[in-house]
Design a protein around this ligand. Structure first.
Ligand code: CTP
Length: 391
């Protein structure tokens, strides 16, 4: 992959523009050559002189200042980072407008474009903004952030620009060869819900955090990721198919399996469902109530036992005898790998932010000590990548 050295930084009219002074400094310190292109609105928040001094390069604002400058800049850039990117500029980019220097360059370039959105949380969550972002992502435009937190307008929510250091790190990741580039990864996450009647269901404590973190880690390593998620309170930038029951999850997984290179089954799938789903609310009385349960389909085992299965990774939640139960699941379900965690310990595993894993494969194992699920997911993916390319 081409190393990025020339960064064209596009600045649009948001209060977060004040942070670009620091961003330019950090980028130049890391060895990038930075040329800044500003919209008119951006110049109300920070002066071109400040950015020119820090970048030691000319700063561009006017489309008509010099002939063909938009084409020269579009060719010069190894990557374009638009930070901060306003809702208005995102809309412009979506529809291919070219009515100022920055939007014209974006249309004229073949360089990768990354966007660091910055706006009020309501504007970020607006349906039209979200639709525009989806369209841009489909055109392979990368999104760095936004972060969630308190905003200049006094509100709290998603829409803050990432900090300069985080943006530089995201840019550097663009330059690193992505090990899972071109690979399709399918991940299940969260609990399933097995209906008893229209108002009640059986479920479990899974928050979905581990599965969502695994999906993010796989995407960060270049994979095309599809997440199939039971009901959780989480949202993800990864294309996500929501499902309810184990049966829904099985059908959705099987419909997606043919193109999958790696399947990671993180979901806490219910092992049993009520034999009958009553179509009206069960009324109480003083009698004992008996619920008859039948086993659900084992999604993981179904995938692993296909004629040409993908590289298949299971999870195992155990309260005791972790090693022997995990190894047994690895063998009986015919998995390539299993990541086992001890549940029932305060602050670890189900419904918590931290976890620890012991990973087993045919002729080896490795322990990943306690850390956040985000870090753990990254390390787990490294182990999966090693085994996937080794097998
Ligand atoms: N799993 C699945 N379908 C099921 C049950 C489990 O795909 N109906 C998957 C889980 O996503 C996980 C692995 O199987 O990757 C192991 O799940 P776990 O609950 O630990 O084990 P079970 O096989 O259900 O066995 P037990 O509950 O007896 O430990």
């Amino acid at each position: 992959m081409k190393t990025l050295s020339n960064i064209l930084l596009g600045i649009t009219g948001s209060i977060a523009a004040y942070k670009t002074a620091d961003l330019v400094r950090t980028l130049t310190k890391q060895g990038f050559t930075v040329r800044v292109v500003m919209t008119d609105a951006a110049t109300k928040f920070i002066t071109p002189l400040t950015l020119q001094t820090l970048s030691n390069q000319p700063v561009y604002v006017d489309l008509f200042e010099t002939e063909m400058e938009h084409i020269n800049l579009a060719r010069w850039a190894d990557a374009i980072l638009i930070a901060p990117a306003t809702a208005d500029f995102i809309t412009k980019l979506t529809y291919g407008h070219a009515d100022d220097l920055l939007s014209t360059i974006c249309l004229a370039t073949t360089a990768p474009i990354a966007i660091a959105p910055a706006m009020n949380q309501q504007m970020w969550n607006a349906t039209i903004t979200q639709e525009n972002c989806q369209k841009l992502q489909q055109r392979n435009i990368k999104f760095f952030g936004p972060a969630t937190g308190s905003q200049a307008c006094g509100e709290i929510g998603a829409g803050r620009m990432l900090e300069p250091l985080e943006l530089v790190q995201c840019l550097q990741n663009l330059t690193v060869k992505q090990p899972l580039q071109g690979k399709q990864v399918l991940i299940t996450a969260g609990p399933t819900r097995e209906d008893i009647d229209p108002v009640r269901f059986l479920s479990n404590r899974s928050s979905g955090r581990m599965g969502y973190a695994v999906a993010d880690a796989a995407a960060a390593k270049g994979a095309s990721v599809t997440l199939i998620s039971g009901p959780t309170a989480l949202t993800s930038e990864i294309p996500t198919i929501p499902v309810n029951s184990a049966k829904d999850m099985l059908e959705t997984v099987m419909a997606n399996i043919p193109n999958t290179d790696i399947f990671i089954s993180v979901a806490a799938v219910a092992d049993y469902r009520p034999v009958q789903q009553i179509d009206h609310k069960i009324k109480k009385n003083s009698e004992l109530l008996q619920l008859d349960l039948e086993p659900t389909e084992d999604i993981l085992a179904t995938v692993a036992n296909q004629p040409n299965p993908p590289f298949t990774v299971g999870f195992a939640a155990e309260t005791n005898d972790l090693d022997s139960y995990a190894r047994n699941k690895l063998k009986t379900k015919k998995l390539d790998m299993i990541a086992a965690n001890q549940v029932g310990i305060e602050g670890l595993g189900f419904d918590s932010k931290d976890n620890m894993l012991k990973i087993f494969w045919d002729d080896g194992d490795i322990e990943l000590p306690r850390c956040s699920k985000i870090e753990l997911a990254d390390k787990l993916l490294d182990v999966i990548i090693q085994r996937f390319f080794h097998d």
